[in-house]
Design a protein around this ligand. Structure first.
Ligand code: SAH
Ligand code: SF4
Ligand code: F3S
Length: 463
């Protein structure tokens, strides 16, 4: 009999990718994904440890799940409850002390061992904790994707882990050492996804541009080379990558932005701060000017390149002047969108121990608000500058309104339009008609429009 599997995913795209692969591992055991935890035979919370709030959410969710597990038991069933991902890796057996109804705790590098873990958990001889960093790579042992891709845009994990040890960050501890998948493995997965209808590939890694995968002839490919290789495959219409680090933005990757038409003109490049003093304390190993120069080089290769970033405000010791330097960097660069966070002290990281230098919560709040105001204004300005352009939009979802499709333009803006459903899954030319804070509206450019434009002698701006 089929069993129901509910997976709730927190955190970054890497976790989204992992959740999909967990479902692939569990499919041969008879587990089928379901949309709600009620009545499920297995519930997996795939968790994030990046900030305190993210980690705490897991425990409140576990409280809710406990009731559902009891309901299932009173119906004579059994709900296996698992905590996976980065909280699992960081807290391990602690989780079972706080939440004894949890059956399995496993980290991001061991989920290929789920069949054995499930067998042990179901036998009921106590909880299973599996937070090793095994010598084998999960990628060598995972089955091929069992489910059809969810749409025409898919994530493809190419690199994992991080050796950079920024002083605020848990990722090197939860994801482990940096590792690149071999080229042939990435290409094979991309071919399967393309054959299943995927058109846009987002290459994933905690430090995706640190990619250094071994090719079959023994040479080592960087991310730029991998992108060029993927661009040659049938059906690969768009390529993106995330998240990259400024230090690994090498010449070949920058050149690829000018040379590979499928590589989209939008890059998420976290900078964290605009103050050299804070960047040094964060162990980022780049200055604010290094970042400015990298962006200049990228824009020289691809003049319409749009950028996104991550910022942390209130890192220990951050002064008003340091924060002003961050605002100045934002003004200099001009971001199409960005994420900003209040510094959150994470257990075991060096910055958490910078005693006496922690910034008061009220100051963090104030700085976050000022930064977000500036970033939001830049985002609105960027969206407004799109009005009147014709953008190639990948129509990947059905909207809430009748006849509405949603998609993404080259610069990752969300575009809403009324269009025939047969266009779902394809890239269509869309004239942008209005801009909002978080989205654009548009209309599909038809052949008639092209003819009219040609007759009137108007030239279309194609981006
Ligand atoms: N690998 C990426 C980002 C990983 S985490 C990089 O190198 O930039 C995603 C974002 O969360 C980070 O860019 C950072 O802005 C934020 N972040 C990480 N640790 C944090 C902490 N302790 N407090 C607040 N924000 C944090
Ligand atoms: Fe964390 Fe820094 Fe590694 Fe990014 S580069 S994952 S912020 S340690
Ligand atoms: Fe969170 Fe782990 Fe990703 S801590 S951001 S889920 S790598």
């Amino acid at each position: 009999m089929k069993k129901k599997l509910f997976i709730k995913t927190y955190g970054c795209q890497m976790n989204v990718y992992d959740s999909g692969r967990m479902a692939d591992v569990l499919a041969p055991l008879g587990y089928e994904p379901t949309d709600a935890p009620e009545g499920a035979d297995m519930v997996i919370l795939n968790t994030c440890h990046i900030r305190e709030k993210a980690a705490e959410k897991v425990y409140s969710e576990l409280g809710r799940i406990r009731q559902l597990q009891k309901d299932k038991a009173s119906d004579g069933g059994r709900m296996v409850v698992a905590v996976a991902g980065c909280v699992a890796q960081a807290e391990g057996a602690e989780i079972m002390v706080r939440a004894p109804h949890v059956d399995m705790v496993f980290g991001p590098q061991t989920y290929h061992q789920l069949p054995e873990m499930v067998a042990r958990a179901v036998r009921g001889t106590g909880g299973v904790v599996n937070t090793d960093f095994p010598v084998e790579s999960k990628f060598d042992l995972l089955p091929e994707e069992s489910a059809a891709p969810a749409g025409p845009a898919a994530f493809l994990s190419v690199q994992e882990g991080c050796d950079k040890f920024c002083t605020f960050c848990v990722v090197p501890y939860t994801r482990g050492a940096e590792f690149s998948r071999p080229v042939a493995q990435v290409i094979a997965e991309a071919k399967r996804l393309a054959a299943a209808g995927v058109r846009e590939f987002t290459l994933l890694g905690q430090n995706v541009n640190a990619y250094h995968g071994e090719a079959q002839d023994g040479t080592v490919w960087g991310l730029g080379r991998l992108i060029r290789g993927l661009a040659e495959l049938e059906g690969v219409e768009r390529i993106r990558y995330t998240t990259s680090h400024p230090r690994d933005m090498d010449d070949d990757l920058i050149a690829a932005h000018g040379e590979v038409p499928q590589l989209m003109p939008f890059v998420h490049l976290p900078v964290q701060s605009g103050s050299d003093r804070i960047l040094a304390a964060m162990n980022r190993k780049h200055t604010a000017d290094d970042y400015r120069r990298i962006v200049e080089r990228m824009r020289a290769a691809r003049p319409d390149l749009a950028l996104s970033s991550d910022f942390i405000v209130g890192f220990p010791g951050e002064s008003d002047q340091d924060f002003a330097d961050t605002l100045r960097l934002v003004t200099d660069i001009g971001f199409a969108q960005a994420y900003s966070f209040k510094y959150s002290a994470r257990p075991g990281t060096p910055a958490a121990g910078m005693d006496g230098r922690q910034v008061p919560e009220a100051v963090k709040d104030e700085r976050l608000q000022a930064l977000q105001q500036l970033l939001n204004a830049q985002q609105v300005g960027f969206n407004e500058s799109s009005v009147g352009q014709v953008q190639d939009v990948l129509l990947d979802r059905v909207g809430k309104k009748a006849g509405q499709l949603l998609g993404r333009g080259p610069y990752m803006q969300s575009v809403h339009l009324i269009a025939p459903e047969r266009l779902l899954g394809s890239v269509a030319p869309v004239r942008i008609t209005a801009a909002f804070a978080n989205s654009l509206t548009g209309e599909v450019v038809t052949l008639d429009d092209h003819a009219a434009d040609a007759a009137a002698g108007t030239e279309e701006v194609r981006v």
